[in-house]
Design a protein around this ligand. Structure first.
Ligand code: ADP
Ligand code: MG
Length: 152
């Protein structure tokens, strides 16, 4: 089992797409094991997007991500990091495949609705930025035997 961080970005919250996006992850059989609505501060934005801080478009990204409430969640499942990234689609909504969250709901490079960690190291680092250990509600859901075979 793998854990990944997702953020429903301010555009997702403002456009009332939270429920539809979370439903996709639930429908897939992923477990939401932590979730909170919050504001991203400029300090947190700089930590979260450390790899992009020096880019000329970073100030616009920081303005966007701090511009309204977000929902942070920890999603758990088999190969959850890759599975979530594939469900989100390419960075730009204009390029993302149809059937993905960004491909279906976004026409923007910046306002692409949802963040997903891009690898195991990022997932671990990002989960720790948003959640304390005791905020993570791990535990096998009772539906688990109906989502995959015991030996998968
Ligand atoms: P991803 O979220 O798909 O991993 P990146 O790590 O490349 O994408 O970029 C982080 C976030 O920064 C994107 O999700 C998007 O919101 C924003 N972004 C990416 N490229 C640009 C750009 N050229 N101009 C403005 N915002 C951008
Ligand atoms: Mg990225």
């Amino acid at each position: 089992m793998e854990r990944t961080l997702i953020l429903l970005k301010p555009d997702c919250v403002q456009r009332r797409l939270m429920g539809r996006v979370l439903a996709r992850f639930e429908d897939k059989g992923l477990n939401i094991i932590a979730m909170k609505m919050m504001r991203v501060t400029p300090e947190l934005a700089k930590k979260h997007y450390a790899e992009h801080v020096k880019k000329d478009w970073y100030p616009a990204l920081e303005g966007f991500i701090t511009g309204g409430p977000i929902v942070a969640a920890v999603v758990e499942g088999l190969e959850a990091i890759r599975v979530v990234r594939e469900m989100l689609g390419a960075t730009s909504g204009l390029k993302a495949a149809s059937g993905t969250v960004r491909g279906d709901f976004s026409s923007s490079r910046q306002m692409n609705l949802v963040h997903g960690s891009d690898g195991p190291a990022a997932a671990q680092r990002e989960i720790a930025l948003y959640f304390r250990d005791e905020e993570i509600c791990a535990g096998e859901p009772t539906i688990a035997p109906w989502l995959r075979a015991a030996d998968e």
